[in-house]
Design a protein around this ligand. Sequence first.
Ligand code: NAP
Length: 201
Amino acid sequence: MKLFVIGATGRTGLEIVQQAPARGHHVTAFVRSPESITLRNERLTVLKGNAIDENQLFKAMQSHDAVLSALGPREVFKPSSLLYDSAFATTRAMKRSGVERLVVLSAAAHFPGIPNRIVSFILRNHMRDSLRMEEVVQNSGLDWTIARPPRLTEQDYTTYRSREDAAPKMGFSLSRKAVAAFMLDAIEQKKHFHKIVGIAK
Ligand SMILES: NC(=O)c1ccc[n+]([C@@H]2O[C@H](COP(=O)([O-])OP(=O)(O)OC[C@H]3O[C@@H](n4cnc5c(N)ncnc54)[C@H](OP(=O)(O)O)[C@@H]3O)[C@@H](O)[C@H]2O)c1
């Protein structure tokens, strides 16, 4: 498949960019700083662009099969509308270009429960933006999947548990490698259409 990745220079995004070509996919990494991607692969194309610019996204994503977003603010405590703005621009660009499949990264803190409420309060600026992003995605009319992991780690495994509309029980962390694997599995296996999916170790 031909995959279009937003947030490809991030810690999770880089995992997607590494794993996808190894699975036989062609990847376009749409990034603001191409020099951040030192990986070289004949199936990887790095394009410089603005993740909130609908027209740039539209031109760049032509003829792709799916879009994956692992975007996140570099400063989580500051007010930001990055995720909302990017979701708005991305979903409109997808509708215009006929790309229907979208898998985005969100956060388990949106699930109910007291620990999640505490995290949501501490990270309230980021969580507000993330929830608004989810709303845009859910109302997009696209074939979307929203992945909600708990705390992300740099551990070296790609397995995960997943549960639609809820967090997996006692799942407190997940490796970024496993998040990438889940996002790619959802696309390859045509699973979790129009679903929020809790994922965890
Ligand atoms: N950290 C956790 O424990 C945790 C837990 C659950 C969910 N999540 C979610 O997972 C997502 C990804 O996390 P991560 O740790 O992999 O992210 P990360 O390493 O911080 O990477 C963030 C990505 O977003 C890009 N980005 C940030 N601001 C941008 C802007 N203004 N314009 C264009 N691109 C921009 C960065 O590009 P540059 O390289 O150019 O800066 C980078 O590619 C986040 O949205 C977060 O909510 C995180």
